[in-house]
Write a protein of this length. Sequence first.
Length: 249
Amino acid sequence: MRADVRQVADGTYLVHGSNTNWVILTDGDAVTLVDTGYPGDRPLVLDSLEQVGSSPQAVTAVLITHAHNDHLGSAEYLHNTYGTPVLLHEAEVPHARREFLQQVTVGDVLKNIWRPGVLPWMVHTIRSGGTEQHPVASAEAFPGAGGSLDLPGRPVPVHTPGHTSGHCAFHLPDSGIVVSGDALVSGHPTSRIKGPQLLPDMFHHERERAVASLDILEALDAETLLPGHGPLHTGPVREAARRAREHAI
């Protein structure tokens, strides 16, 4: 099985894993990898790097939008095997180290098992290693005091709390792109909504903050959304954020 890799701009690729997306940013031979899918997506992560003419050895850093198992899956593997730094918002670092866990519980899922799509999503999650814990003991906070990171793609971290306390999107101002993680998605197996939306309520650590973070995304100047779940979304990100807010009310 091959990863579904789509080039969306020069040096920018959106990859659809089994149920989660990640993003590859290239600059010459160097790469920034944003998120890493489920633990079971590792072959797809490695294949996606190969498809863009790269390799795990070329990954300068792994940026994690948030430390849920379906985004953190191969981060510790890449660090242990290749020495790759794993970087997150400072509030998300202890989450990645599993000093605490802000993730939907089995009880929450069982309460929602009657909803369309939840049972097959749960089965897929288990099969993909989504209930395993792969803490990143070496997780570090983004360096510097704001602005773009000195990494391929020059991503700008944008703190968008709510889904988790340290959730971050990444703005690529030069190409008009927002990598939104789970702060704003365009679909999910447990949702019947099509297009820009918040994830269902059970997935958010603090739903009110997740809704408020849509204001932060609305203020970004971008025309392309690369979400953590769902297809590529084109059109003003401010309109995507407004649409998600309408669905959330």
